[in-house]
Ligand binder design. Sequence first.
Ligand SMILES: Cc1cc2nc3c(=O)[nH]c(=O)nc-3n(C[C@H](O)[C@H](O)[C@H](O)COP(=O)(O)OP(=O)(O)OC[C@H]3O[C@@H](n4cnc5c(N)ncnc54)[C@H](O)[C@@H]3O)c2cc1C
Length: 492
Amino acid sequence: MSKKIIIIGAGIAGLTAGIFAQQNGFESIIYEKHFLSGGECTGWNREGFHIDGCIHWLLGTKKGTEIYDLWKNIGGLGENIKVYNSDIIVQVEYQNQEIILYRNIEKFKKELLSISPEDNEKIDEMCFYIKRFFGFEPPIEKPFDMMNLKELIKMGIKMKDIGKLMKKLNKISIKEYVEGFKNSGIKLALTSFVHDYYSASILFFSLAALMSGNGGFPEKGSLEFSKRIEKRYLELGGKIQFSSEGEEILIEKNTAKGIRLKNGDNVYADYIIPSCDINFLFKNLLNGKYIDKKIHNMFNNPEIYPINSCVYISYGIEKDLSNFPKNMVFEIEKTSFENKIIDSISLKNYSYEPNFAPLGSTVVIVYLSANYDWWKEKSKNYEEYNLEKKRISESTKKSIEKKFPELKNKIKVLDVATPLTYERFCNAYKGSWMSFGKTPRGKEFYHNGKIKGINNLFLAGQWLISSGGLPAAAMSGKWAIQRIINNRQRGL
Ligand SMILES: Cc1cc2nc3c(=O)[nH]c(=O)nc-3n(C[C@H](O)[C@H](O)[C@H](O)COP(=O)(O)OP(=O)(O)OC[C@H]3O[C@@H](n4cnc5c(N)ncnc54)[C@H](O)[C@@H]3O)c2cc1C
């Protein structure tokens, strides 16, 4: 008889774990608190528009890479699924200067040199580093904790070349790295799409993925991406029970036996895979009875291990913006946001995706890095919380109209999501949408998916691998099943 697995959460990690479970002869069921799958990889409809709630760029859109094969296996990507790779990564307008970061590395170099010839040495160095990151992929075949000595040595040899450079770039922040440029517009452009306090290696890794065609946007967006993965899981015989929130993991004699749902039902299985937020797991599902010192320490040191959340404002625009830049950052009149002042915004234009807006219209999104605690405090007075959402969305709308006068009276606010939205829908810690960010002071984080003192419990979810994101979520789901199989083979 096949062994049964309960998975908590139908995000990308949970669905991937489910697919690998089914492919390997287990019987699996996912309990999901929401009424649909996908978790943070989602989208929602408003007033005839579709708001994409997740993918800015997806690692693994290039055929021939290991991560592409993983997406293909689980149904997220495939031969018939188009991937958009716009020519421009981001267009930044700053003090009457326009800086375009092109996807093509030669064009990228030429553009930066034309803006700032005096930065030629730094530009050369940067392009050299980016090229060295081309083709670099996180090892996904199996978790490190399952590799034997030979496999670890093989991986070490594969990583040898890039490893040294990575070590060097891990030690400095993006902010420190770009300080080496003389041109302040270039500095701003290079820090406009990745947090500047992250390690510089993240900037190079991201640019290399984007420039090598391995970081695109799958057609129809995030929700459809999740739905395709859900479809694959269901076709393999997997089951999902929606609107079923796990409340507690049932443990008897140091072994996970099942879960208690919020409606009071107890359900049992041979293995449990929590694939939800890791803070929620320790605090709620395990009632604070088990402490993982490493994770505890990371949550308590947000300057070293930062987490990110956002205010996500979407607009429907009655105009086809195909001729407008797809990703841009521009200056605005100084505006108060939370307890700080912002003077620029980043705007994403989805005109390339016809499924997101009625013909002749476009959906655009403004993303603002946000402070969960500030919004939590605000939400104590619900009216004030809503007023603040309205104020910031209207003020940003005015900034867009000022920048593009032809859009006046054509923009309507569709929706404003805050960190509390992600907390409410996904149980996401402080509304975080990635795992712990990588900073020069922080150590590389990798969790072996087990909790000391509990047998038959195998974790999945983006939090297990810094800095999270969709590839980490999918890898962790696959690895949870590999670990279960490994345990069984070892008779544990
Ligand atoms: C605005 C935004 C932009 C992003 N951009 C990118 C990007 O460009 N590229 C990228 O790679 N990643 C991006 N991400 C991150 C990506 O969405 C996440 O890394 C990924 O979706 C996390 O997957 P997960 O399965 O680990 O967790 P989640 O998506 O959080 O899934 C957990 C699931 O568990 C459910 N759940 C929680 N608690 C319980 C419970 N007690 N019982 C039952 N179910 C429960 C939740 O409802 C959810 O469905 C972005 C995210 C956001 C929000």
